[in-house]
Structure formats: C-alpha cells, structure tokens
Design a binder for this molecule. Structure first.
Ligand SMILES: *Cc1c(COP(=O)(O)O)cnc(C)c1O
Length: 462
C-alpha cells in the first residue's frame, strides 16, 4: 500500500513538473471539439485494468488538453492563478482527508476553520455573536443566507412549510443562484423581485423602497434583500449602507454576496467599497476568486450565531458523541461529511498575514487600473465598466464581442469571456490573478490586437 503511494506521489511530482513546463511553453491548451475528445484521449473505462505506461500516457494527455487556468493568458472566469501557499494547504488537506463535521475526526483542523471565521467576523464588525461556516461555494453561501432569513421570519416554517406570502429582493445584476435558491427554499422564483440597477450597475435604492412598499400594500411579507459586492459582469459594488437603512426600517434580512469582490475587507484602501458591511445580517466571499486559493474556499459569516443554529443544526446522536459542540462544526453546516476547504486559506493567511491579503487585493486593483487606462487611451476601444472594479468591459472597433472571444479561444491565443449590461454586449477582462504583472496585462492587449489584425476578415462585425 505505502509503496504504491510513494510511487504515485513521485508520479504526481513528475506530472506537475510537466504541467508547469507546459504552462510556460504553451499557456493556452489546444481546444478540442467535444465529439473528438474520446478520439484524442483514451478516457473510456473498461473491465480490464490499464497498463501502467498507457495509464501514465493518458494522464499526460489529459493534463495537456485541460484548460490552463493558472497562466497569464487565462482571464475567462472569476478565478485564476495559483497561490503556492494555498496549494500547499490544499494538498495537505487531501492527504489528511478529515471531515469537518466533528472535533473527534478533525481535531485541530476545526480550530483552523473557527479561527478564520472569528477573524472575518472581527474584520466585518459583527460583534461577539458572529459565527459562520465554509459552504461549498458562493451559491451555497447565498442559499444558506436565504434559509436563515426565511426561518427567522417564522421558525415553524422548518416543520410546517411556508404559509405566508414571502418576497425577496435582488438587483437585476444579482448572481443567478438567487433564482435557483428561491426555488429550493420554497419561496418560489416568482417571489423574487428584480430591482433595476442604476447606470453603474448598482441596485437602485429608490426602486427597491418603492417595490417593498408596494408589496406590503398588497399583503406580501418582504423578508430578504441580497446585495452584491462585485457583480458578476461589471464588478459593481452595491451601496450597502443605503440598503441597510431600508432593510432596518422594514425588518428585512440583508445579505451581502461578496463571492467576487467581498475580499476587499482585507484591504485598507478598498474596504470602503463595502462600507456598512457591519450592518448586514450575513456576508460571504470566495477566497478562491480574488485571493487565489484553489477551488473552492468560501466563507460565510452571520451576525447572530443562533440563526445559523436554528436553520442548520440537527440532533444526530450517532454523530455528535463527544466534545464541546462549538467544535462539532457539522451542527452549523449544510453537509454532513464536509471537505476541509479552510486549510488552504489558513496556510495562505498564516504565511502572508492580513496585510499580505490586502496587498493581493491592492495589486489586482492596480492591474485593473492599468487595463482600464489602456482601454481609455488607445484607439478603437470603447469602455463599458467603471473605476474601482476588477472587470474591464470593452469593445474593440466594430468586432462582435462573442465571435471574437470564441475565435481567440479556438485559436489557442487567450481565454477571455464576454458579458452584457444595459443592452450592450462586450468583452469582459477580469483581473483576479495576483500572479500577473503590469507587463502581463499589457501583453494581453498586444496578443489581442495582433490576433484581430491577422484575422480581421474572419471575425464577425456588428
Ligand atoms: C461566483 C459568484 C457566485 C457563485 O459562487 P460559486 O462559488 O461559483 O458557487 C455568487 N455570487 C457572485 C457575485 C459571484 O461572483
């Protein structure tokens, strides 16, 4: 057994060496059409074991063709890069293979999660009753917030189901998880009111207040508002302070979805973007987005720990047999067996300090400034996003953004996505990889313009 493990770990190291070499030499993997996958790589499973050499060859191919999200050509989604201290933590988590349910099976790993939650509650300003958990991601964090808000309205809902006409509010730019979560929680998708954003993509406060008052007048019970710190397309930050006074007035739970931009709490320079976060009822952010830990590492904190308990604890005597229940985290999590997603964030935080986390954020905002200045100061570009944002949304000359993004990916030059706001569709360059330098960002535009010049006949125009 242990001989196998030693050999496989050696193999792992050699595969990783190869991957790192490829990332230098060919930072964008060759894209394969889905119907050709099985022809290019022997993914099929059969009754018989693979011969070791074939097995290794297949693994190498698999690595070769997998999209390279850690390189300086990947700007496609809201994660990217690779923080080495966080990678170290995550690899250790694989080897330790504990479940974060009980102190008995997780030991000091529980304190690691608790310490992060405690520090985040302190930074957010939640006071002594704060608590939290590590859900599987931002969508799950938003789900848990919605459940807590629902149960706070009436704890009997847990036993009897919903009998009141509950309504939730979100901006039109809210992450799509709110719609799914409304369906999962029994609120119903039709009972989410989507509030028009202002021109900068922030939730419009007057529109929200109007909608709440109209609903109350019509006999509905407003109970939940979700604000966003870093909307998925424009990376706009809602006015948390303004929203909190509306919510307070009407006794509505305010959740701040900071999956993308919530990590600004670590930066003295940019934390003003979520001014008022202390007045929210729950808040979440994804360390695997702007902070560069491997997927996934999501933190969700709540101002009143009893809300987390009320909605998520379940008495399971076969499980919680020993120790102080504050250390049996299964009592406040959604899952039963739960992966240790805290250790990778802890190894990062421990090694660079809160100051270092702040530096990561500041660096990304400064790279975003570089990209925005480039778009503003060079001919042919139109900018659609705003200052103090990690998304740079732009169009180039009269080229169709969707077609251009697809072609530049199919030709293995760059991975970048597109988005829409207010009827405009554009290329969306997201700056979430702190491993990049200013030169990497300028190189993006160089490769981009060269590609357009060489392929201008083939790219659709608008
Ligand atoms: C990414 C994101 C989510 C979803 O997070 P996952 O971890 O992918 O589930 C939710 N809200 C916002 C604003 C996001 O950017």
């Amino acid at each position: 057994m242990s001989k196998d493990l030693h050999e496989d770990l050696k193999l792992f190291n050699s595969l990783v060496d190869e991957l790192l070499k490829q990332e230098q030499e060919a930072p964008v993997s060759k894209s394969i059409k889905t119907e050709e996958l099985q022809k290019k790589i022997d993914i099929s499973l059969s009754d018989n074991p693979a011969i070791r050499d074939e097995f290794i060859k297949t693994l190498k191919k698999l690595i070769l063709y997998t999209p390279k999200t850690a390189t300086n050509r990947f700007f496609n989604q809201l994660w990217g890069g690779r923080n080495s201290k966080a990678v170290l933590g995550d690899l250790l988590a694989v080897m330790l293979n504990i479940s974060m349910a009980t102190y008995k099976v997780a030991g000091p790993q529980i304190e690691i999660e608790k310490e992060i939650i405690k520090q985040v509650c302190k930074i957010v300003g939640y006071g002594k009753n704060g608590n939290g958990t590590f859900p599987t991601g931002g969508s799950m964090s938003n789900f848990m917030a919605l459940v807590m808000a629902r149960d706070k309205i009436n704890l009997d809902i847990r036993e009897k189901g919903i009998s009141q006409k509950l309504v939730a509010y979100a901006s039109e730019n809210t992450h799509y998880s709110i719609a799914k979560n409304a369906s999962f929680t029994g609120i119903g998708k039709e009972n989410v009111r989507y509030i028009k954003p202002n021109t900068k993509g922030q939730m419009n406060l007057e529109e929200l207040e109007k909608a709440v008052e109209k609903d109350i007048f019509e006999g509905y019970l407003p109970f939940f508002v979700t604000a966003t710190a870093g909307t998925t397309v424009l990376c706009a930050f809602d006015d948390v302070l303004g929203l909190s006074s509306i919510c307070k007035k009407h006794n509505i739970w305010l959740h701040l979805d900071g999956a993308f931009g919530g990590s600004v709490i670590f930066s003295d320079k940019y934390k003003y973007l979520i001014n008022g976060v202390a007045k929210t009822d729950s808040f979440c952010f994804n360390a695997h987005k702007t902070l560069g830990t491997p997927l996934s590492s999501s933190v969700m904190v709540v101002k009143e720990k009893k809300d987390l308990h009320n909605s998520f604890s379940y008495h399971a005597p076969y499980l919680y047999q020993t120790d102080n229940d504050d250390y049996n985290l299964g009592l406040t999590s959604f899952e039963c067996g739960r992966r240790n997603n805290a250790l990778k964030f802890w190894t990062l935080w421990k090694s660079v300090g809160k100051k270092g986390l702040g530096k990561i954020i500041n660096h990304e905002f400064s790279l975003a400034d570089t990209a925005r200045e480039y778009v503003r100061n060079n001919p042919g570009y139109t900018l659609y996003s705003y200052d103090d944002s990690l998304a740079i949304c732009f169009n180039y000359k009269n080229f169709d953004a969707v077609n251009l993004c697809t072609k530049i990916y199919q030709e293995n030059k760059l991975m970048v996505g597109h988005g829409s706001f207010n009827g405009d569709t554009f290329i969306r360059l997201v700056i979430v990889n702190a491993g990049n330098s200013k030169e990497d960002i300028l190189k993006f535009f160089k490769i981009f313009e060269k590609f357009v010049l060489e392929n201008k006949e083939d790219i659709k125009k608008v």
